[in-house]
Design a protein around this ligand. Sequence first.
Ligand code: NAP
Length: 203
Amino acid sequence: MPKNVSFQQAAASAEGVHYAINFINKVKLKAGQRVLVNGASGSIGSAMVQLLVYYGLEVTATSNSACMDWISSKGIHLVIDYEKEDFTKLEETFDYVFDAVGKSTFGKCKPLLKENGIYISSELGPKAQNPILSLLGLVKSGKKVKFPFPHDIKGSLEMIKRITEEGKFDPLIDKEYALPDISEAYTYVETGQKSGNVILNIT
Ligand SMILES: NC(=O)c1ccc[n+]([C@@H]2O[C@H](COP(=O)([O-])OP(=O)(O)OC[C@H]3O[C@@H](n4cnc5c(N)ncnc54)[C@H](OP(=O)(O)O)[C@@H]3O)[C@@H](O)[C@H]2O)c1
């Protein structure tokens, strides 16, 4: 565990963070690059935007309306309310589009990518197109899809421990439930409308 954090904060700095790290380690991030993150109010997305800011990227992100202020406070260049604005209509380009909630497609995001830009999604996409497009990218030049197969949990935890102890990471926590209410907790998570992480307290 990182020093000086609660058990709740530590638990909320594990799984979503691990998946976020496994998006960003698929590309060679450089400070100053531009990235769009779809779903920054999710567990993966709320970790991802903070890691990208840590590495010096200019981050544009979509969020639910409830988390707009929290996301903005993390040094994000522009936060878009996904229910009010379709990010795929933005008239600007990015080095990366990372869809942390798997709601978009490469086809829809392609106009947002720079010439050699990279698209990554948390989901397989329609007809499992994302892993297939990722393989095609090995033989084609230009805009590409990469597909994240998460690995190295220990490495992710060591990295987030270091960044948390530097005061540069703050997990987004939504509701907390007691163990006897675990069924209610799962029902809430399954709505797909949680913000960040839901905590189960085992006392
Ligand atoms: N979390 C994991 O450990 C994990 C592991 C493997 C795979 N995945 C996959 O990764 C994806 C993200 O998981 P997660 O747990 O990070 O998600 P999550 O926390 O459940 O994400 C929910 C958030 O996404 C927002 N959202 C819903 N629809 C959206 C849209 N169209 N555009 C932008 N934001 C939208 C929701 O806003 P509202 O409140 O307005 O609904 C809510 O804030 C899922 O597809 C999941 O299957 C997750």
